[in-house]
Design a protein around this ligand. Structure first.
Ligand code: ADP
Ligand code: MG
Length: 247
């Protein structure tokens, strides 16, 4: 078997007496969407933090594209091509849509932040930012202030910011949160096409989206993976129904 694009091996992370991640080993294969589901407080965001680099595990390792990245910073992992979207928006609301995309492009380029003033006039950065906006369908609102976007458009902008890196894999923390049915449908369609280019580890509460998109689902409860399987396997798993899916 080829090495997965992204994997964790026995990662464990405590906050005081609470084990928010308890010996988690998961992987992401080329072309797939691997969904992570579980109740609030299960440790989904903690897991994403350790994969993207904002949190360091107490034990275990994270591998990306054949490298041990466990001790690398968020920026170092981003430069390797790990794209990320957040549960809580990290957009600059007063800036325009294009400026937010440019910030992503600037980060991807490795140029220092003080370069930002010149970024608008820098052809390669602008092209990269505009191409990303175009892909998510936001080219028409490039000069609009981000605060004026609909919630759904902001979610798409977050994906566009991540796209400026030309990611080799994505980790996304509840990208559908707060979207209406139209917005979720639009984003679901986009993620479905995105997987061919870069596999996605997708933390998501929206079960319609998860069941429509996931090649595999892992269920997290109290920091542990209690099951991993296909949509059909997970839907039929009595322990999962008990712990999470209800009915
Ligand atoms: P989820 O994303 O699945 O809702 P989280 O990963 O955000 O869960 O949180 C898992 C558990 O870890 C929760 O009990 C939460 O309160 C706790 N937790 C998360 N981050 C911190 C932190 N920085 N300090 C203390 N406890 C935390
Ligand atoms: Mg969370």
């Amino acid at each position: 078997m080829t090495e997965p694009v992204l994997s964790t091996h026995g990662i464990t992370r405590s906050f005081g007496a609470l084990k928010a991640s308890d010996d988690i080993s998961i992987d992401l294969q080329p072309g797939e969407i691997h969904a992570i589901i579980g109740p609030n407080g299960a440790g989904k965001s903690t897991l994403i933090g350790q994969i993207s680099g904002s949190l360091t595990p107490d034990a275990g390792t994270v591998r990306f594209l054949g490298h041990d990245v466990t001790r690398e910073t968020v920026r170092a992992r981003a430069r390797r091509g790990l794209g990320r979207t957040f549960q809580i928006s990290a957009l600059a609301m007063e800036d325009t849509v294009l400026q937010n995309a440019l910030l992503g492009a600037l980060g991807a380029s490795g140029r220092p932040w003080r370069f930002f003033g010149a970024a608008l006039r820098t052809r390669d950065l602008r092209d990269r930012a505009e191409a990303a906006l175009d892909r998510v369908g936001l080219a028409d609102v490039a000069s609009v202030r981000t605060a004026e976007l609909s919630h759904g458009q902001r979610r798409l902008l977050e994906v566009a910011v991540a796209l400026t890196l030309d990611p080799k894999a994505f980790v996304m923390d509840e990208p559908m949160a707060g979207l209406g049915p139209e917005g979720s449908k639009q984003l679901t369609g986009f993620l479905d096409t995105l997987r061919a280019e870069a596999p996605i580890l997708l933390v998501e509460h929206d079960m319609d989206a998860v069941f429509a998109l996931a090649d595999r689902i892992s269920v997290l409860v109290y920091g542990r993976v209690i099951a991993t399987g296909t949509v059909d396997e997970i839907r039929a798993d009595p322990a999962v129904r008990d712990a999470y899916l209800g009915d």
